[in-house]
Design a binder for this molecule. Structure first.
Ligand code: FAD
Length: 360
């Protein structure tokens, strides 16, 4: 049996919910298909100590503000998952789960969405599948020779899993710094390897300030003024309290990137070696877009060329929440609302619905 609907939103994390919120306000019929058994998207899979880098009041989706978490200026991942659960219920968003979308195909005037729970036929699709599900590990020589454990950020949970072990953390971004800062104070024998010396943002810059910087950049570009450089020009690592504490205690000393793995550890270009029981690759993610492969839209770096959120090669497809290439700060809680609204408006126009009110 095929379910017919105006819009299918693939993915029920924060980006998919924000899209649903705005589609609902515009009176567009839709279904959200989410592969997870429970609400919360990637937030349910994060490591135990992960906290937001912004206070709750600056981490809200459109409509309902995120409530503060008792005793925590920066809420933890569980709190975010609970907020998303409540958000979904409060707005009665039609999320179907667990439903995994395997393929989206053109089907004359419609798009066919094939899932492990039947087929959906839609006039437009919003893809909001995130990046957590497609971890990236660089091709460093010797990876297959290493006899210890290799994990990615997505596999890491807590220091106790590495008690008594020698651990190499790879990566100078937020995940690498936070996981290194989680392990080092727990007495783990840690080597932190980064491609270039870590660039900590000033201590008073948290997600709030980053969002302001991203907004200023967007406004400058929209007004035709010079590029302000955005967030990346400031640094790579937000000095969240645990990172700051570990850094100030002298526990976060980065080494240059090693050149290869050996059977029992890692080796630098000058022949220096460090033995290791585990290597944790905190080396980033790619957009989870495999379900869109049949549309033949893929461009450089695994991305699909977009104009705003709309796929250049398929106007019935919008991509939401993957990074700045799908809207400034769109991969954050506070930032996804605006591109979600823009995508919903474009879809409403495509379907011949005029927005219910200009300010939605
Ligand atoms: P996800 O949360 O990954 O949701 C996507 C959903 O789509 C999932 O439920 C997934 O199962 C589903 N899905 C995937 N493929 C399919 C498919 N084929 N069919 C059906 N369903 C599918 N942002 C902030 O605002 N503040 C922070 O402090 C912050 N900290 C972060 C820390 C880390 C370590 C990381 C990795 C990210 C952080 N982010 C932060 C960024 C961002 O908010 C999160 O990554 C967020 O989870 C992205 O939401 P999303 O909805 O785009 O994707």
């Amino acid at each position: 049996m095929t379910h017919a609907v105006d819009v299918v939103v693939v993915g029920g994390g924060q980006a998919g919910l924000a899209a649903g919120y705005h589609l609902r306000r515009l009176g567009v019929g839709f279904a959200v298909l989410d592969a997870q058994a429970e609400p919360g998207g990637a937030w349910r899979h994060a490591w135990d100590s992960l906290h937001l880098f912004s206070p709750a009041a600056h981490s809200s989706l459109p409509g309902r503000p995120m409530p503060a978490q008792a005793g925590q200026e920066y809420p933890d991942a569980r709190h975010v998952a609970e907020y998303l659960t409540d958000y979904e219920r409060r707005y009665g968003l039609p999320v179907h789960r667990p439903v995994r979308v395997g393929a989206v195909r053109r089907d004359s005037a419609r798009l066919r969405v094939e899932t492990d729970a039947g087929t959906w036929s839609a006039r437009a699709v919003v893809s909001a599948t995130g990046t957590w599900w497609r971890p990236f590990v660089p091709a460093v020589p010797g990876r297959e020779a290493f006899a210890g454990r290799q994990l990615h950020t997505v596999d890491y949970r807590r220091p106790a899993d590495f008690a008594g072990q020698r651990v190499v953390v790879v990566g100078g971004g937020n995940s690498g710094a936070q996981i290194a800062a989680d392990l080092a104070p727990a007495g783990i024998d840690l080597t932190w390897a980064t491609l270039r010396p870590p660039r900590f943002l000033p201590d008073d810059i948290d997600g709030r300030a980053l969002f302001d910087v991203a907004t200023a950049r967007r406004r400058a570009l929209e007004a035709g003024r010079a590029d302000t450089g955005g967030v990346a020009s400031l640094g790579d690592v937000v000095a969240v309290p645990p990172v700051r504490a570990a850094r100030d205690a002298g526990l976060l000393k980065a080494q240059p990137m090693f050149t290869r793995l050996t059977e029992d550890g890692v080796e630098w270009t000058d022949g220096t070696r460090a033995e290791a029981d585990a290597v944790i690759w905190c080396t980033g993610f790619r957009p989870a877009l495999a379900h869109l492969a049949p549309l033949g839209l893929c461009g450089a770096r695994g991305r699909i060329p977009t104009d705003g959120t709309r796929a250049v090669g398929e106007p019935r497809l919008h991509l939401l929440g993957y990074g700045d290439w799908t809207g400034p700060a769109s991969a954050t809680l506070i930032g996804v609302g605006r591109p979600a609204r823009d995508a919903a408006r474009e879809i409403a126009a495509l379907l011949g619905r005029s927005p219910a009110s200009p300010d939605v």
